[in-house]
Design a protein around this ligand. Structure first.
Ligand code: NAP
Ligand code: MG
Length: 494
């Protein structure tokens, strides 16, 4: 069996404890894919010390040169795309089509970061005084602690790591415990591309041991976290002791609205992809469908017929549409919510059980599940399930649809299907979410656009695009007085 290691200060190494944990295939839980170091605080301390030391030289490497390394990273990921995708499918379960997309998002992020190395624009602004020059430039911050979830094992780490590095920060990275292999491949690629010693460090292990140690460390200057709202809140509290900068990308309860004038075939393709792609385990997954009463019965019939045809199986097989849940505990959450939905009086119209037969019993499979006649105040309409469960709510007007869509503590993604331009623009204005799609599913973010949500989906930062570079750099305001005399701002400016 393959034994993987941490990478600290330019060397592959075991956890100081010598302990390991296993990585298993969720489509066949008997298959152990490798072991990984079960690290603790001491390993984190070493990684942070290495990153802190490396920062002193990395911050002085010209940003275009840092960007050139990202260009190489993108090239290597492109060469290794197929191999990376199949390793990811094995450890995480989603189908190859999607893991290829996950790697592609990393490639896109690498090339964007490479080009940003030649921008990192600042501002020059006129001074209110004569013979004085004002500018604001971006400075690196220091050691960035990156903590990521398992549902995008490549894309999400790259969203954080590449901008962090191009801005001149160094990195201590803790990936999710259930997807440690993809994260390790990312480090191998950075090494091959020439990342200097100590600039990137990976420490494997549990959230409460390794994650906490990173968040609490005095020498970690910022935290970029993607994961559940519960853990995000804990991190926010823990980090407040050192007042470090924290970016949180958290849960969602995303909805797709289907109005009575929508192209129903298109809306159907969208909701199937949005709700059951990645087995519903996307932060942007469609977990509520809000349908106009005039098309409700017809649309439900179409939806159930297509959902029943979805083929569950190993994501490596070309015949599979939907893979397993990532873990037993994730599937247990799905089972619990199906029970809650039934008890609340929603109508189970499709699925509702774990899947068996054809070897499926060896993996964490759950049937794609749909509840009809869901009321907006039911728990299955309010709480994030993170699995293949769709709650369908009937509405009478666009106004009611938007009200229902907004009635959640989350605000990540949203979608509206209509041909009416006035309704589309009203929705774009009134929906409370970080992302709005018109006539497209709730999933499908592009790497060069801002990504993130409102309310308890986050704390106001954005990943992706140009916006993430604000998080990973600090503004430094510089005044250069070339008058040769003391000029007092606000006083000598008449
Ligand atoms: P999670 O349980 O919150 O874990 C996320 C990461 O945090 C993992 O690396 C985890 O380590 C670590 N962690 C756990 N407890 C920690 C602690 N006390 N201190 C520091 N780190 C800790 O979330 P998940 O189950 O992996 O992912 C699913 C969630 O992520 C969903 O809620 C989903 O909505 C959200 N998500 C959001 C976005 C977005 O951009 N908004 C994107 C994807 C996913 P272990 O793996 O070792 O437990
Ligand atoms: Mg695994």
């Amino acid at each position: 069996m393959k034994k993987f290691q941490n990478y600290i200060n330019g060397k592959w190494c075991d956890a100081k404890s010598g302990q390991v944990f296993e990585n298993r295939n969720p489509a066949n839980n008997n298959e152990v894919l490798g072991t990984f170091p079960k690290s603790s605080k001491e390993d984190v301390n070493e990684a942070v010390a290495a990153a802190k030391k490396a920062f002193e030289s990395w911050r002085l490497v010209p940003a275009p040169k840092r960007g050139d390394i990202m260009k190489k990273v993108g090239d290597i990921m492109t060469e290794r795309k197929e191999e990376l995708a199949s390793a990811m499918t094995k450890e995480m379960g989603k189908v190859l089509l999607e893991t290829r997309g996950d790697v592609q998002e990393g490639i896109d992020t690498a090339y964007y970061a490479a080009s940003e190395g030649r921008r990192l624009f600042g501002h020059t602004v006129p001074s209110e005084l004569s013979n004085k020059f004002n500018m604001a430039v971006r400075s690196p911050i220091g050691v960035a602690g990156l903590i990521t979830p398992w549902n995008f094992p490549m894309a999400i780490p790259t969203w954080k790591m590449f901008p962090a590095l191009v801005c001149g920060n160094t990195v201590v990275f803790k990936p999710a415990s259930v997807t440690p292999e993809t994260a390790t491949h990312l480090i191998e690629i950075l090494i091959e591309a020439g990342i200097p010693q100590g600039v990137v460090n990976i420490v494997h292990g549990g959230g409460s041991e390794v994650g906490n140690a990173i968040v609490e460390h005095n020498d970690v200057d910022l935290i970029s976290f993607t994961g559940s709202t519960d853990v995000g809140k804990k991190i926010s509290k823990m980090a407040s002791d050192t007042l470090k900068r924290v970016s949180l990308e958290l849960g969602g309860k995303n909805a797709q609205i289907v109005m009575d004038d929508a192209d129903l075939e298109l809306a159907l393709d969208a909701v199937l992809w949005g709700a059951f792609g990645t087995t519903g385990q996307r932060c942007t997954a469609t977990s509520r469908l809000i349908v106009h009463e005039k098309v409700y019965d017809e649309f439900m019939k179409m939806l159930v017929a297509r959902t029943e045809k979805l083929r569950l199986g190993d994501g490596l097989l070309a015949t599979t549409d939907v893979g397993p849940c990532v873990s037993e505990s994730q599937r247990n959450t799905v089972i619990e919510y199906v029970e809650i939905g039934k008890k609340e009086g929603a109508k189970l119209v499709c699925g509702g059980s774990i899947a068996k037969g054809n070897g499926l019993e060896n993996g964490w499979f759950h049937q794609p599940t749909i509840f009809g006649h869901v009321l907006p105040n039911m728990r299955i309409a309010k709480e994030e399930i993170f699995g293949p469960v769709l709650s369908v709510i009937k509405i009478k007007s666009l106004e009611e649809a938007i009200k229902v869509l907004n009635d959640t503590i989350y605000g990540l993604s949203s979608s509206v299907f209509t041909k009416n331009i006035n309704d589309a623009y009203t929705a774009m204005r009134d929906i409370k979410a970080g992302i709005v799609y018109i006539n497209a599913p709730t999933i499908g973010a592009e790497a060069h656009m801002p990504f993130g949500g409102v309310k308890q989906t986050g704390n106001g930062h954005r990943e992706g695009g140009w916006t993430v570079y604000d998080f990973f750099s600090e503004w430094k305001t510089i005044y250069v007085d070339f008058s040769g005399k003391l000029q007092r701002a606000q006083i000598d400016n008449e």
